[in-house]
Design a protein around this ligand. Structure first.
Ligand code: PDD
Length: 286
């Protein structure tokens, strides 16, 4: 059985036959936006929020979608139904389109390309919860003010991830040139100190993760004390607990940064309680 089912502009392919033009602007310039979500029992998690973020990312890079929200939704639903798997990873990529030549001018492309990747979602490995993961800090070359678009240009994140792998870490925590801690390469980052759970504000140049957003929403109805605050490397190294969040991984304890243990080097109590409440909250939603 093929691993992927991929929808390209409305047609379904397996991974060997899913091909697009070398003149696609996503390929040439990273001129695209994307979303990553998952399904629970063939229903896309928070699809409306993901589509809001897709359209808002498109606006940030001045990409006027040639497809409507309804057309994109129809294709996503069609792909989910056609998948042989109940629970899948879903990546929705919208590129500015296929260029008529190599020029930069966005008007050289007419229609967007919509590519929807699906594959079975693997469960999180047990050791993430028993041991936690280790991270390094990676200082970004440029600052970005305000919430980040989720564009196809992940060069800085790729560089950070590569550095983490080279140093045998699980992933990297991105830091602004001014020294503010921002996020993981594909996740949001959090710490807990004296019972308070903190994460950097979007205005520091962070992607508005939907797991992050869901945790804030859940906090309104729970005992957890959660807030946004600008944070530095020292805040993280001296935290009681640390964890990362993303739709495909939920909440993952971070127990070491730059080779230094966070507190006693074990997944934190608050982190594990938050994960339990988050999973209960998701079950209520789906
Ligand atoms: N990435 N920050 C960045 C830079 C991300 O790429 C992501 C998600 C997040 C977390 O967002 P969410 O909670 O909506 O998954 C934060 C996904 C997982 C990806 O690119 O595969």
């Amino acid at each position: 059985m093929s691993k992927y089912l991929i929808n390209i502009n409305g047609e379904l392919f397996d991974e060997t036959n899913a091909l697009i033009s070398v003149f696609d602007r996503g390929f040439l310039y990273g001129d695209s936006v994307y979303e990553a979500t998952r399904t629970f029992n063939r229903k896309a998690f928070r699809l409306n929020h993901h589509l809001d973020r897709l359209f808002s990312s498109a606006k940030k890079i001045e990409l006027s979608p040639t497809l409507t929200r309804e057309e994109i939704t129809t294709q996503i639903e069609k792909t989910i139904l056609a998948s042989p798997f109940e629970n899948i990873n879903l990546r929705i990529v919208l590129t500015r389109g296929t260029n008529s030549d190599l020029g930069l001018d966005p008007d050289l492309s007419s229609e967007n390309n919509l590519i929807i990747f699906t594959k079975a979602i693997p469960p999180n490995p047990d050791w993430w919860l028993s041991d936690g993961v280790s991270m390094i800090f990676h200082t970004k070359e440029s600052s970005h003010k305000g919430p980040l678009p989720k564009s196809g240009n992940y060069q800085e994140n790729v560089k950070a991830f590569k550095e983490a792998t080279k140093r045998s870490a699980f992933d990297a925590i991105m830091v602004s040139p001014e020294g503010l801690v921002l996020e993981g390469t594909t996740s949001n980052i959090w710490l807990a100190k004296n019972g308070l759970i903190l994460t950097p504000p979007l205005s520091d140049g962070v992607l508005e993760g939907l797991t992050r957003k869901t945790i804030f929403e859940m906090a309104l109805k729970s005992e957890f004390r959660i807030q946004e605050q600008s944070l530095t490397k020292i805040d993280f190294l001296s935290a009681d607990e640390c964890f990362l969040t993303s739709t495909t991984r939920n909440i993952v304890p971070v127990t070491m940064i730059e080779g230094q243990k966070i507190s006693n080097g074990k997944p934190g109590k608050l982190t594990l309680e938050l994960l339990k409440s988050y999973l209960d909250y998701l079950n209520l939603q789906n």
